[in-house]
Design a protein. Structure first.
Length: 212
């Protein structure tokens, strides 16, 4: 299917406090960006990187900062992008949860790290961008590719990655009202880049920044 991407725009998350700016930019962040950001060389792992200034890409799949004005960005085109903030603690973070990183528990590990850094789970606000929906998340050998711990999420060759993430957040004590989720499947909606749909080399970006 030919990509019929609409004009690039920002879709803001509305649930964060005024001291936090967060949203999803559906332009190709690999070729142009309307603002400076810190990005990761994402490797589908569980490395978490602290950022103190915007600079060249660093390797990992999660990053966090305490520094106002440092905008963090997660690239994606089917993987689950998360942005997180505890405004009172002065912490923001971004997570790239591809299916490999998701089942390796990059999200719980990031929550653990933020707790060590002073975040309170009850204060945490999370924005989740578009990603591959369950009907499009087909795996060749899901029972071999997905760890046994998450076999409950497999049905007819499909893997409910959203359900895995929901359970990880719930098990860590994150309430639903703390989460703003853009539950749009990237493969089904042409305003988002999708590797599954078009083998896109382009990536959209989910960003977050402390503004005070």
């Amino acid at each position: 299917m030919k990509n019929v991407q609409v004009m690039a725009q920002i879709y803001p998350f509305s649930s964060f406090p005024k001291s936090v700016l967060a949203g999803v930019y559906n332009g190709d962040v690999l070729t142009s960006l309307p603002f400076p950001v810190q990005m990761l060389k994402q490797v589908h792992g569980t490395e978490i990187v602290e950022v103190k200034s915007v600079g060249p890409e660093v390797e990992g799949d999660a990053l966090f900062t305490r520094v106002p004005g440092v905008r963090l960005l997660i690239k994606s085109a089917d993987c689950i992008p998360l942005v997180l903030a505890d405004a009172e603690a002065g912490l923001v973070a971004g997570v790239h949860a591809g299916w490999r990183g998701l089942v390796a528990e990059i999200v719980p590990k990031t929550l653990e790290r933020l707790a060590v850094e002073g975040a309170e789970m009850a204060r945490l606000q999370i924005g989740i961008g578009p990603s591959l929906g369950v009907e499009c998340a087909r795996f060749t050998e899901p029972f071999k590719e997905i760890p046994e711990k998450y076999h409950w999420a497999i049905r007819d060759g499909q893997v409910d990655l959203w359900a895995i993430l929901e359970r990880q957040l719930r098990d860590f004590g994150v309430d639903r009202n703390q989460v703003e989720w853009m539950k749009e499947c990237t493969a089904c909606h042409s305003k988002w880049f999708s590797w599954r749909r078009n083998a896109d080399v382009m990536r959209f970006g989910s960003f977050i920044e402390l503004v005070v």
